[in-house]
Design a protein around this ligand. Sequence first.
Ligand SMILES: [Ca+2]
Ligand SMILES: [Ca+2]
Length: 404
Amino acid sequence: MAKRSFSILILCICLISFGAVNAQSIPYRAGEVLVALKPGSNINALVATYGATVKRFLGLNVFLLGTQIGSEELLVTLLSRNLSVNWSELDYLLPVSDVSQYSQAFVDQQSQAFVDQRSQAFVDGNFPPELTQQPSMVQIKATEAQLLASGQDVTVAVVDTGITAHPMFVNKTVPGYDFVDRDSDPSDLPGGAGYSHGAHVAGLVLLTAPKSLIMALRAFANDGKGSVADIYEAMIYAVDRGARLINCSFGLTTRSPALDQAVSYASGRGVLVVAAAGNRSQPNLDYPSLQKEALGITGVDSNDVKADFSNWGPQADVSAPAVSLYSSYGDGQLAWWSGTSFAVPLVCGEAALILSIIPTATVNQLVSIITSSPDNIDDLSPMYAKSLGAGRINCLSAVKLALR
Ligand SMILES: [Ca+2]
Ligand SMILES: [Ca+2]
């Protein structure tokens, strides 16, 4: 008897920790389902039909519904057949796109002393050469580009694990939001494997575009997991609050109508979504990077060879360095970290540089400049020719093109 209670207890803990798992083995949040209504449909009448509840309005025509645990997949099937519904999907859980086998960042043990000496430099926005002259920054010609453009006042939304109180971010942020804990403070919380992922990403945006501004939108907990509902809300929020770019250093291995809709909404309002191809070393990209309107980013190493972990495919738009990026970590440290996650903010930074030259640039113009200016690297990874996008980004070439 005691043994049986123990088993039940273990099962309950697993359900709470990981949610449920669908047929394709993608975890999702238990007891939740997303639904998008067609115009003129009534959400209350709809949920009454299925004995579900409205948990939250997620923006535009999308609602998060509550349902009995175990009934999520059936409810999605039934809703998808309902004539008043555009689409319905599970509240999938996504990982951030760092390299999971080394998911703990390698934190520089010297960094506390380093930051104490350099914190004023961070505050002044003159980042130390250890950061600005790291191989990835040299590779994308960031310093040369910054002689011509700074990303001044361009807001970059970082949908991630939140942000930390690192000196790098003093006077570099605009108000964000915490969609995980539902409050106005998007601070990351120490302790999980995903801790500081957002800060590392945000630091790389600023290293590429030093005068851009970070809108931290916390949609991933410090375990590095976020749900489609929270990410959708964050992306709509970013567009409605004036971000020009949305950094998506995460990915889902199945098509998500919610993420599709968020990308289209952003794109339709002149906001470019930049997204990670993913780290499964597979010939297909994760969503939302696979979506046409998003800019899909694959990763290369410091020799412009495809990063061994990076996904690839003809849908990729450009490549950027993704191996051993050096950036902000925690409240004042620095860390080396790898993953297509860290290629994305370099491209967001490049886009911010372009936008500070052409503030009225449309998404199409931005994409055109970013995909017309890279250095061709097909010869260096012949097996992946035409599958790493137009090449490895070159910020100097992009900025020169924007100045024409
Ligand atoms: Ca919070
Ligand atoms: Ca694309």
